[in-house]
Design a binder for this molecule. Sequence first.
Ligand SMILES: Cc1ncc(COP(=O)(O)O)c(C=O)c1O
Length: 403
Amino acid sequence: MQNRCVNIIAHLFNAPLGDSEAAIGVGTVGSSEAIMLAGLAFKRKWQNKRKAEGKPYDKPNIVTGANVQVCWEKFARYFEVELKEVRLRDGYYVMDPEKAVEMVDENTICVAAILGSTLNGEFEDVKLLNDLMVEKNKETGWDTPIHVDAASGGFIAPFIQPELEWDFRLPLVKSINVSGHKYGLVYAGIGWVVWRNKVDLPEELIFHINYLGADQPTFTLNFSKGSSQVIAQYYQLIRLGYEGYKNVMENCRDNMLVLKQGLEKTGKFNIVSKDNGVPLVAFSLKDNSSHNEFEVSEMLRRFGWIVPAYTMPPDAQHITVLRVVIREDFSRTLAERLVFDIEKVLHELETLPSRIRITAKIILADDEKVAAANKEKRDLEKTREITTVWRKFVMQKKMNGVC
Ligand SMILES: Cc1ncc(COP(=O)(O)O)c(C=O)c1O
């Protein structure tokens, strides 16, 4: 059943498979494990090539945007690969393909692009990255490959943007991961990694065991796990089919637009997500001088909404956003309700004194108190110093027998 899911997903991602050829991939606990496996395959392939060329192979690196999910940092630290991050900038919150390609060197095991940035849902331009990398590989003689982290977008783009080229249609894309428990519509605990070809997964990473009655190839980080998520994924894939997933994703996108337009209508927010990415709305206050996004998030909890507020990574850390991810069960009515509650929160915040200014005043007052206490301390120390000098002077006089 797992292999059938891998085949369906590989075809969805346009893997170049012959008629009866089986796809190469595996079910994982989530995209994190899938990324560890894909990263290891790239590292091992690069090391093998370097060894064969008689070149050093102890300083592998990987190029990503600073917007990557924490699993990439984990991969880099656990498996000793340097993470070279393209920094973000104001108004541009995903990896810039040109800068990424500039950062690639002979030790780069792969460039990782994200189809659906965790922070604002935006799809990175994998096609441009591929084209620029093809050029650079031609000039340098390297063959730096691309991995696509399609944790969310892998189950969105094929259905609502089938013309978008981000997958195995691009020659340098050698592996892709996707989370079954995001837009794959399965409960938590399932992800997938698929490789372009057999040669992209080094044989030495595959172990063969036979003590369960037949040869069983295994190349996941853990061995035993429950089968329920694989069964649920298979069920969803065949129950919904292409049309079913397409309907769900279109619905999510429509509800995202309702929410986005409702927020825009308040006139209070800048939208930092894109209409053609993951169906989510990331937004920040146009004016956060009196009240900020963290306060909006905190007050929304009173209405039963958990809408996280967070700051963007370097160099856009001064931007704070609120994020609402639209899943299949988030209806149009809920979207309208959320806009209504956000308006109520904004209205309530306007009637409250600015916590930011009060905090600033408290800090100022605290600073003044600290300054006064410091002055007192300095005066006391001076008095002590003078007393000590005088005491010494008087003692000396006493010794000299003058007094
Ligand atoms: C882009 C991206 N990659 C990887 C992950 C990790 O996925 P998982 O939770 O399935 O391990 C996430 C999770 O939010 C993500 O958004």
